[in-house]
Design a protein. Structure first.
Length: 319
């Protein structure tokens, strides 16, 4: 039998037309992830979208709790299938590309925020208010201007707000922040030489205590364990749980163990190496790695159990 040439040609054309459609559907199922930045020199955020072929430095509109806000696209990250998205602590979504007018307005946003900052600073000085203006944030739709400030106590800024509303003809919010949030907004370099964690990626501040420094055998000198905000370093949180879990398995400092039928006392831990330093009654000092102290701790327990058993047998008069 001979195949019909027209039928073969139609099937070939149908397969060729089906391939682009399947490719488009595959792309629609993929979620693209981008790094975006709302303001220059501020924190970088991750945002997802099904939009295809966004370019670096392109302006997009990102969904926020008060509507769409413009942001600039930074480096592109790999794609994920929609059914297996990456874990995000605070995911953001790119709604659409910005129009030409929106892009032009976004370029002027710095000036639109700088002028309220300058005027508010002048009014604060004129009214002699005990507050320090940190930052001004203007909603892209012009619906509100937020003035962030620090102060040691409550401030009566009713007259200040009245003057600002009269000047800008929009809603005005005065928001008092702490020194940690002030440092997050201003940015800077940490004692490690890198950009401050709070201004680069931290979204929510966690409580930090001096106990975390003690657990990691860090010097308790405030100058060495405090950050640019004069509060305890946020990075004390990063390895605290690891140190705590490892130290929990190690013999406590001051505990007595048996080694070659001699008694030693634990003096020091090296958590990262999981080793301990012990001293004998004569002052001999030894360093035991994990395998050694685990082995001898187990033997010491067995010796104590054996002594208790012999004592019990002697009380009962059993040989």
């Amino acid at each position: 039998m001979y195949s019909n040439p027209d039928k073969i040609m139609n099937q070939h054309q149908e397969n060729n037309s089906r391939a682009p459609a399947e490719e488009n559907r595959r792309k629609e199922r993929l979620v693209n992830h981008y790094k975006v930045q709302f303001r220059p020199a501020e924190q970088i955020w991750s945002a997802s979208t099904r939009l295809q072929e966004l370019h670096k430095t392109e302006v997009v509109m990102v969904k926020t709790d008060h509507g769409l806000e413009p942001a600039r696209v930074l480096p592109i990250v790999p794609q994920w299938p929609a059914h297996d998205p990456p874990r995000e602590t605070n995911p953001r979504t790119i709604g659409r590309r910005a129009t030409r007018d929106e892009t032009a307005q976004y370029e002027k946003l710095y000036d639109m925020e700088h002028n309220p900052f300058r005027l508010c600073s002048e009014l604060i000085e004129k009214l002699n208010l005990p507050m320090n203006l940190v930052k001004v944030e203007r909603f892209f739709n012009g619906g509100k201007i937020i003035f962030y400030f620090t102060a040691e106590s409550r401030v009566d800024f009713r007259e200040l707000v009245k003057n600002l509303v009269q000047e800008f003809r929009t809603r005005v919010e005065m928001r008092q922040i702490g020194v940690r949030h002030e440092t997050k907004m201003l940015g800077g370099l940490g004692c490690c030489g890198r950009e401050l964690c709070c201004s680069s990626f931290i979204q929510n501040f966690e409580s930090v205590s001096i106990k975390m420094a003690k657990e990691q055998n860090l010097p308790l000198n405030p100058a060495k364990i405090s950050g640019a905000c004069n509060r305890l370093l946020c990075c004390l949180n990063y390895e605290y749980k690891t140190y705590k879990s490892i130290r929990k398995k190690m013999p406590k400092v001051g505990k007595k163990i048996m080694l070659n039928d001699r008694q030693y006392k634990v003096r020091q831990h090296n958590v990262l190496k999981e080793s301990i330093v012990v001293t004998s009654l004569e002052g001999e000092e030894l360093t035991l790695n994990k395998d050694e102290w685990q082995h001898y701790i187990r033997i010491s327990y067995e010796l104590v159990a054996a002594k208790l058993t012999r004592k019990k047998r002697a009380e009962l008069g059993i040989d």
